[in-house]
Design a protein around this ligand. Sequence first.
Ligand SMILES: [Zn+2]
Length: 339
Amino acid sequence: MHKLKFFAWCWFLSGLVLGACSSSQDKSYMGDDGDGPKSTAQITQSAAQQAVIKEFCHKINREVFARYGWRDITCKEERWQYDLVTSGGNPLIYAAFLQPAGRHTTLYFCAVHGNEIPAAYMCVRLVRDMLFEHPEEYKDTNIVVAPFLNPDGLLRQKPTRTNGRGVDLNRNFPTKDWDEKAHKMWTEVYKKSKRWYPGDFGGSEIETKFQMDLIEKFRPSKIISVHTPYGFFDFDIALGAHHENFINIKDETENLAKEMGQRSSNFRVINYRYFPGSLGNYAGNELGIPTFTLELPGNDARQAKAYWQRFKKALIYLAHFDFTTKDDLAKNGVKQSDD
Ligand SMILES: [Zn+2]
């Protein structure tokens, strides 16, 4: 039995490198060494794809995690998968932790702006918490995590907000107002600053398509995107046709944001405007998926662990929150009449 398991594990890792089945893991990273429960990620990757992720993870470990002193996390190739590659040749990795009892899915996005360094820590740290520290807290909910939405910007010697092609990915979603307003706003409000270039057309960037694909594929009941450094929770939600089955998703979204704020040492919660081409506009306003932004209160990489301590309860609470549906009320109604 034990042998069989070992064989399966080796088979799973086959195609990575010679020696993958020995214990030759990178010893320089502590506290996340694979002794916990295995990932429940649904992974279907070819040997060639696994090799790409392995190389990418090496780069992330060296050029991001080691550089910023984050020795409590590591990028482990067997946890991730990808379908798309950036213009700079980096895979857009994600992990889907889908549980048999999971009723709904929460999508976690991090570091869409490559220079918002501590944001990248939060997603990887969440996965560590889920796999190794508090797996029981996640067992009845589905989580999809995309930790590095803009690897080309993140991996530059001097990381950039924009992607490898100079586009602000949070202005690039093909929202209904993009054609009319994106370039107008870039010209008039941002004075054509390179930091906010929305792209040649809405949805022009592969990193934008990546986010859209994950939303389409996993149909999350809510999304959170982690940024820095403005210091607030924001939320976007509009009523869409597919909300017929929800009772009060707008108020519940607002209350959920407030609850997350309270669980983060009374962090500020606002309902900020959304922009042409932003995720909040695309997913929250147009698709009607409750979409949250966590703006961490600073951009100092050395504070990343402190940010995790402050915001982890909110991030976990979000994963569990279930919006009330008409079905729920019907069920409760039956229960009450049975009592
Ligand atoms: Zn940002």
